[in-house]
Write a protein that binds this ligand. Structure first.
Ligand SMILES: [Zn+2]
Length: 362
Protein backbone atom coordinates (compact mmCIF):
# COMPACT_ATOMS: atom_id res chain seq x y z
CA UNK A 1 0.00 0.00 0.00
CA UNK A 2 1.11 3.57 -0.61
CA UNK A 3 0.78 5.99 2.28
CA UNK A 4 -2.30 7.51 0.66
CA UNK A 5 -3.95 4.10 0.18
CA UNK A 6 -3.13 3.21 3.80
CA UNK A 7 -4.77 6.38 5.12
CA UNK A 8 -7.81 6.02 2.87
CA UNK A 9 -8.25 2.38 3.91
CA UNK A 10 -8.08 3.21 7.62
CA UNK A 11 -10.61 6.04 7.26
CA UNK A 12 -12.96 3.86 5.20
CA UNK A 13 -13.02 1.16 7.86
CA UNK A 14 -10.99 -1.28 5.76
CA UNK A 15 -8.01 -2.71 7.64
CA UNK A 16 -4.79 -1.22 6.17
CA UNK A 17 -1.48 -3.12 5.91
CA UNK A 18 -0.39 -1.27 9.05
CA UNK A 19 -1.71 1.60 11.14
CA UNK A 20 -1.01 4.89 9.29
CA UNK A 21 1.21 7.43 11.02
CA UNK A 22 0.51 11.16 10.85
CA UNK A 23 2.11 13.37 13.50
CA UNK A 24 0.96 17.01 13.30
CA UNK A 25 4.27 18.50 12.15
CA UNK A 26 4.00 21.99 10.72
CA UNK A 27 6.63 24.70 10.96
CA UNK A 28 8.86 22.34 12.98
CA UNK A 29 9.90 21.01 9.54
CA UNK A 30 11.40 24.37 8.49
CA UNK A 31 15.03 23.60 9.56
CA UNK A 32 15.09 20.58 7.22
CA UNK A 33 15.43 22.98 4.28
CA UNK A 34 17.35 25.68 6.16
CA UNK A 35 14.33 27.99 6.28
CA UNK A 36 13.39 30.43 9.03
CA UNK A 37 9.90 30.24 10.49
CA UNK A 38 8.95 33.41 8.59
CA UNK A 39 10.16 31.90 5.29
CA UNK A 40 7.97 28.90 6.08
CA UNK A 41 4.63 30.54 6.83
CA UNK A 42 4.93 33.14 4.06
CA UNK A 43 5.99 30.87 1.17
CA UNK A 44 4.04 27.77 0.13
CA UNK A 45 7.01 26.47 -1.88
CA UNK A 46 9.10 26.36 1.32
CA UNK A 47 6.33 24.51 3.16
CA UNK A 48 6.18 21.95 0.35
CA UNK A 49 9.95 21.42 0.19
CA UNK A 50 10.24 21.07 3.98
CA UNK A 51 7.30 18.63 4.24
CA UNK A 52 8.73 16.58 1.38
CA UNK A 53 12.12 16.47 3.14
CA UNK A 54 10.40 15.42 6.37
CA UNK A 55 8.59 12.63 4.56
CA UNK A 56 11.85 11.33 3.09
CA UNK A 57 13.50 11.42 6.53
CA UNK A 58 10.67 9.86 8.55
CA UNK A 59 8.55 7.75 6.19
CA UNK A 60 5.22 8.75 7.72
CA UNK A 61 1.93 8.79 5.82
CA UNK A 62 0.43 12.31 6.03
CA UNK A 63 2.04 15.61 5.02
CA UNK A 64 0.71 18.76 6.65
CA UNK A 65 0.40 22.26 5.19
CA UNK A 66 -0.78 23.94 8.44
CA UNK A 67 1.78 26.17 10.12
CA UNK A 68 0.26 29.18 11.83
CA UNK A 69 -2.94 30.75 13.10
CA UNK A 70 -3.77 34.09 11.45
CA UNK A 71 -3.60 33.45 7.68
CA UNK A 72 -7.40 33.77 7.27
CA UNK A 73 -7.90 36.49 9.90
CA UNK A 74 -5.38 38.65 7.99
CA UNK A 75 -7.75 38.47 4.99
CA UNK A 76 -10.26 40.56 6.98
CA UNK A 77 -7.58 43.15 7.76
CA UNK A 78 -6.26 41.85 11.10
CA UNK A 79 -2.82 43.43 11.57
CA UNK A 80 -0.10 41.00 12.64
CA UNK A 81 3.67 41.02 12.94
CA UNK A 82 5.66 38.35 11.12
CA UNK A 83 8.76 37.44 13.11
CA UNK A 84 11.79 35.80 11.55
CA UNK A 85 12.04 33.06 14.19
CA UNK A 86 8.52 32.95 15.67
CA UNK A 87 4.95 32.48 14.48
CA UNK A 88 2.90 35.64 13.73
CA UNK A 89 1.46 37.66 16.60
CA UNK A 90 -1.54 40.03 16.60
CA UNK A 91 -0.82 43.78 16.84
CA UNK A 92 -4.33 44.79 17.93
CA UNK A 93 -7.87 43.43 17.56
CA UNK A 94 -9.58 44.33 14.26
CA UNK A 95 -13.00 44.91 15.87
CA UNK A 96 -13.24 47.11 18.97
CA UNK A 97 -16.98 46.36 19.26
CA UNK A 98 -19.28 43.67 17.91
CA UNK A 99 -21.30 46.17 15.84
CA UNK A 100 -18.26 46.70 13.58
CA UNK A 101 -18.61 43.10 12.39
CA UNK A 102 -21.58 44.17 10.24
CA UNK A 103 -19.14 45.81 7.81
CA UNK A 104 -17.05 42.66 7.19
CA UNK A 105 -17.23 41.05 3.76
CA UNK A 106 -16.42 37.54 2.51
CA UNK A 107 -12.74 37.38 1.48
CA UNK A 108 -11.36 35.54 -1.56
CA UNK A 109 -9.21 32.51 -0.63
CA UNK A 110 -7.37 32.83 -3.95
CA UNK A 111 -6.13 36.34 -3.16
CA UNK A 112 -6.67 37.54 0.41
CA UNK A 113 -4.58 37.23 3.57
CA UNK A 114 -2.09 34.37 3.46
CA UNK A 115 -4.60 31.77 2.26
CA UNK A 116 -2.76 31.71 -1.13
CA UNK A 117 0.44 30.57 0.70
CA UNK A 118 -1.31 27.40 1.82
CA UNK A 119 -2.93 26.81 -1.57
CA UNK A 120 0.49 27.05 -3.20
CA UNK A 121 1.90 24.59 -0.65
CA UNK A 122 -0.68 22.01 -1.75
CA UNK A 123 0.00 22.61 -5.44
CA UNK A 124 3.74 22.14 -4.95
CA UNK A 125 3.31 19.10 -2.69
CA UNK A 126 1.25 17.39 -5.37
CA UNK A 127 4.07 17.94 -7.85
CA UNK A 128 6.69 16.66 -5.38
CA UNK A 129 4.80 13.62 -4.07
CA UNK A 130 2.42 12.62 -6.87
CA UNK A 131 -0.41 10.72 -5.25
CA UNK A 132 1.73 8.59 -2.94
CA UNK A 133 1.09 10.34 0.36
CA UNK A 134 -1.98 11.84 2.03
CA UNK A 135 -2.09 15.65 2.07
CA UNK A 136 -3.64 17.35 5.06
CA UNK A 137 -4.77 20.95 4.60
CA UNK A 138 -5.49 23.77 7.00
CA UNK A 139 -8.44 25.93 8.01
CA UNK A 140 -9.25 28.11 11.01
CA UNK A 141 -12.53 27.20 12.69
CA UNK A 142 -15.30 29.84 12.70
CA UNK A 143 -15.32 30.12 16.50
CA UNK A 144 -11.59 30.87 16.76
CA UNK A 145 -11.65 33.10 13.68
CA UNK A 146 -14.33 35.35 15.19
CA UNK A 147 -12.33 35.45 18.43
CA UNK A 148 -9.14 36.52 16.61
CA UNK A 149 -10.98 39.51 15.09
CA UNK A 150 -12.48 40.64 18.43
CA UNK A 151 -9.63 39.39 20.68
CA UNK A 152 -10.10 36.12 22.49
CA UNK A 153 -10.82 37.82 25.79
CA UNK A 154 -13.51 40.13 24.36
CA UNK A 155 -15.06 37.20 22.48
CA UNK A 156 -15.30 34.93 25.53
CA UNK A 157 -16.62 37.83 27.64
CA UNK A 158 -19.29 38.41 25.00
CA UNK A 159 -20.36 34.76 25.22
CA UNK A 160 -20.53 34.98 29.01
CA UNK A 161 -22.58 38.21 28.80
CA UNK A 162 -25.03 36.58 26.40
CA UNK A 163 -25.24 33.55 28.66
CA UNK A 164 -26.18 35.54 31.76
CA UNK A 165 -28.48 38.03 30.00
CA UNK A 166 -26.11 41.03 30.17
CA UNK A 167 -26.47 41.27 26.40
CA UNK A 168 -29.71 40.93 24.48
CA UNK A 169 -31.16 39.15 21.48
CA UNK A 170 -29.87 41.71 18.99
CA UNK A 171 -26.26 40.98 19.96
CA UNK A 172 -26.88 37.24 19.88
CA UNK A 173 -28.16 37.50 16.30
CA UNK A 174 -25.23 39.74 15.35
CA UNK A 175 -22.79 37.19 16.79
CA UNK A 176 -24.45 34.41 14.81
CA UNK A 177 -24.15 36.49 11.62
CA UNK A 178 -20.43 36.94 12.35
CA UNK A 179 -19.94 33.21 12.98
CA UNK A 180 -21.85 32.43 9.79
CA UNK A 181 -19.55 34.71 7.78
CA UNK A 182 -16.53 33.03 9.37
CA UNK A 183 -17.94 29.61 8.42
CA UNK A 184 -18.53 30.74 4.82
CA UNK A 185 -14.96 32.05 4.68
CA UNK A 186 -13.38 28.83 5.93
CA UNK A 187 -15.69 26.75 3.73
CA UNK A 188 -14.55 28.67 0.63
CA UNK A 189 -10.92 28.11 1.67
CA UNK A 190 -11.51 24.37 2.12
CA UNK A 191 -13.19 24.16 -1.30
CA UNK A 192 -10.15 25.87 -2.87
CA UNK A 193 -7.93 23.25 -1.17
CA UNK A 194 -10.12 20.43 -2.47
CA UNK A 195 -9.62 21.86 -5.97
CA UNK A 196 -5.83 21.51 -5.32
CA UNK A 197 -6.12 17.86 -4.36
CA UNK A 198 -6.17 17.91 -0.56
CA UNK A 199 -7.11 14.52 0.93
CA UNK A 200 -7.85 15.59 4.51
CA UNK A 201 -9.94 18.78 4.73
CA UNK A 202 -8.92 20.23 8.07
CA UNK A 203 -10.74 22.47 10.51
CA UNK A 204 -8.93 23.56 13.68
CA UNK A 205 -10.97 25.31 16.36
CA UNK A 206 -9.26 24.79 19.70
CA UNK A 207 -10.84 27.82 21.35
CA UNK A 208 -14.05 25.74 21.26
CA UNK A 209 -12.40 23.18 23.57
CA UNK A 210 -14.25 21.92 26.63
CA UNK A 211 -11.47 23.57 28.64
CA UNK A 212 -12.70 26.97 27.36
CA UNK A 213 -16.49 26.63 26.88
CA UNK A 214 -19.28 24.39 28.14
CA UNK A 215 -20.75 21.65 25.94
CA UNK A 216 -23.96 23.74 25.75
CA UNK A 217 -21.99 26.72 24.41
CA UNK A 218 -20.23 24.42 21.95
CA UNK A 219 -23.59 23.24 20.65
CA UNK A 220 -24.95 26.80 20.42
CA UNK A 221 -22.00 28.68 18.90
CA UNK A 222 -19.61 26.20 17.29
CA UNK A 223 -21.33 22.96 16.25
CA UNK A 224 -23.73 24.46 13.63
CA UNK A 225 -20.81 26.22 11.92
CA UNK A 226 -18.54 23.18 11.98
CA UNK A 227 -21.38 21.24 10.37
CA UNK A 228 -21.79 23.94 7.73
CA UNK A 229 -18.08 23.94 6.80
CA UNK A 230 -17.80 20.15 6.59
CA UNK A 231 -21.07 19.79 4.65
CA UNK A 232 -19.80 22.32 2.11
CA UNK A 233 -16.47 20.49 1.78
CA UNK A 234 -18.16 17.12 1.33
CA UNK A 235 -20.62 18.44 -1.26
CA UNK A 236 -17.82 20.12 -3.20
CA UNK A 237 -15.70 16.96 -3.22
CA UNK A 238 -18.67 14.81 -4.24
CA UNK A 239 -19.50 17.17 -7.12
CA UNK A 240 -15.90 16.78 -8.33
CA UNK A 241 -16.08 12.98 -8.00
CA UNK A 242 -13.42 12.95 -5.29
CA UNK A 243 -13.22 11.32 -1.88
CA UNK A 244 -12.12 13.83 0.72
CA UNK A 245 -12.09 13.08 4.45
CA UNK A 246 -12.90 15.79 7.00
CA UNK A 247 -10.70 16.28 10.07
CA UNK A 248 -11.60 18.25 13.22
CA UNK A 249 -8.79 19.40 15.51
CA UNK A 250 -9.79 20.72 18.92
CA UNK A 251 -7.14 20.02 21.50
CA UNK A 252 -7.67 19.80 25.24
CA UNK A 253 -9.42 17.54 27.75
CA UNK A 254 -12.57 17.32 25.64
CA UNK A 255 -14.44 14.39 27.15
CA UNK A 256 -17.57 16.54 27.90
CA UNK A 257 -17.86 17.70 24.26
CA UNK A 258 -16.53 14.73 22.29
CA UNK A 259 -19.95 13.31 21.46
CA UNK A 260 -20.88 16.68 19.95
CA UNK A 261 -17.61 16.78 17.98
CA UNK A 262 -18.69 13.49 16.39
CA UNK A 263 -21.88 15.22 15.17
CA UNK A 264 -19.95 17.82 13.12
CA UNK A 265 -19.61 15.60 10.06
CA UNK A 266 -15.91 15.06 10.77
CA UNK A 267 -14.67 11.70 9.51
CA UNK A 268 -11.64 12.02 11.76
CA UNK A 269 -11.19 13.57 15.22
CA UNK A 270 -7.74 14.54 16.48
CA UNK A 271 -7.45 13.40 20.10
CA UNK A 272 -5.33 15.21 22.67
CA UNK A 273 -3.03 13.27 25.02
CA UNK A 274 -5.31 14.38 27.88
CA UNK A 275 -8.08 12.09 26.58
CA UNK A 276 -7.47 8.32 26.84
CA UNK A 277 -8.01 6.76 23.40
CA UNK A 278 -10.36 4.06 24.67
CA UNK A 279 -12.55 6.75 26.20
CA UNK A 280 -12.41 8.81 23.00
CA UNK A 281 -13.47 5.76 21.01
CA UNK A 282 -16.44 5.19 23.33
CA UNK A 283 -17.54 8.85 23.27
CA UNK A 284 -17.08 9.37 19.53
CA UNK A 285 -18.80 6.16 18.51
CA UNK A 286 -17.61 3.42 16.16
CA UNK A 287 -18.10 5.29 12.85
CA UNK A 288 -15.72 8.17 13.60
CA UNK A 289 -12.01 7.65 13.02
CA UNK A 290 -9.47 8.86 15.57
CA UNK A 291 -5.97 10.33 15.17
CA UNK A 292 -3.71 10.80 18.17
CA UNK A 293 -2.69 10.97 20.86
CA UNK A 294 1.01 11.10 21.78
CA UNK A 295 1.97 14.03 24.02
CA UNK A 296 3.80 16.45 21.67
CA UNK A 297 6.03 17.90 24.41
CA UNK A 298 6.67 15.24 27.07
CA UNK A 299 6.82 12.31 24.65
CA UNK A 300 7.84 13.60 21.22
CA UNK A 301 10.02 16.59 22.09
CA UNK A 302 11.51 15.47 25.41
CA UNK A 303 11.05 11.70 25.45
CA UNK A 304 13.61 9.11 24.44
CA UNK A 305 13.13 7.08 21.22
CA UNK A 306 12.36 4.06 23.43
CA UNK A 307 9.58 5.95 25.21
CA UNK A 308 8.08 7.06 21.88
CA UNK A 309 8.16 3.47 20.62
CA UNK A 310 6.48 2.06 23.74
CA UNK A 311 3.79 4.77 23.92
CA UNK A 312 3.08 4.41 20.21
CA UNK A 313 2.51 0.70 20.57
CA UNK A 314 0.27 1.32 23.56
CA UNK A 315 -1.79 3.90 21.63
CA UNK A 316 -2.23 1.55 18.68
CA UNK A 317 -3.41 -1.29 20.88
CA UNK A 318 -5.72 0.97 22.87
CA UNK A 319 -7.42 2.70 19.94
CA UNK A 320 -7.31 0.51 16.93
CA UNK A 321 -10.75 -0.94 16.35
CA UNK A 322 -11.13 -4.21 14.47
CA UNK A 323 -12.17 -2.08 11.50
CA UNK A 324 -8.94 -0.08 11.62
CA UNK A 325 -10.32 3.43 12.03
CA UNK A 326 -7.19 4.78 13.69
CA UNK A 327 -4.16 6.86 12.73
CA UNK A 328 -1.21 7.21 15.09
CA UNK A 329 -0.55 10.90 15.61
CA UNK A 330 0.20 13.65 18.10
CA UNK A 331 -2.46 15.44 20.13
CA UNK A 332 -1.42 18.83 18.76
CA UNK A 333 1.40 20.57 16.86
CA UNK A 334 4.77 18.86 17.23
CA UNK A 335 7.15 21.51 18.64
CA UNK A 336 10.27 22.74 16.81
CA UNK A 337 13.35 20.84 17.92
CA UNK A 338 11.58 17.47 18.11
CA UNK A 339 14.15 14.78 17.16
CA UNK A 340 13.48 13.11 13.81
CA UNK A 341 14.40 9.82 15.45
CA UNK A 342 11.37 10.15 17.73
CA UNK A 343 9.08 10.59 14.71
CA UNK A 344 10.71 7.56 13.05
CA UNK A 345 9.93 5.51 16.15
CA UNK A 346 6.21 6.15 15.57
CA UNK A 347 6.54 4.49 12.15
CA UNK A 348 8.66 1.68 13.61
CA UNK A 349 6.03 1.00 16.26
CA UNK A 350 3.25 0.90 13.64
CA UNK A 351 5.25 -1.60 11.58
CA UNK A 352 6.11 -3.77 14.56
CA UNK A 353 2.65 -3.75 16.06
CA UNK A 354 1.34 -5.01 12.75
CA UNK A 355 3.90 -7.82 12.61
CA UNK A 356 2.93 -8.75 16.14
CA UNK A 357 -0.72 -9.06 15.18
CA UNK A 358 0.21 -11.32 12.29
CA UNK A 359 2.18 -13.64 14.54
CA UNK A 360 5.64 -12.65 13.39
CA UNK A 361 8.23 -12.90 16.12
CA UNK A 362 10.36 -9.81 16.67
ZN1 LIG B 1 -4.02 21.93 19.10
Amino acid sequence: MTSLERVQAALSGTPPDRVPVGPFVGAAAAPLVGASLRDYYTDGAVIARAQHALWQAVGHDILVTAADTYYIAEAFGLKTTHHEHALPTVDEPLLSMLEEADALRLPDPEADGRMPVYLKALEELRVLTGSEVALRGTGTGPFSLAAYLLSEQAFLTLLADLDCGERGEEDRLRLHRLLDLMADTTAAFLRAQIDRGVHLAYLGDSLASAEMISPAMYRAYALPYHQKVFASAKAHAAAAGRTVFTLLHICGANQPSLAAFAETGADLLEIDHKVPLAEARRLAGPATSLIGNLDPVQTLLLGTPERVFVESGRAIREARGADGRFILGSGCFVPPGTPLENLRQMVAAAEKTNSEEHGTTW
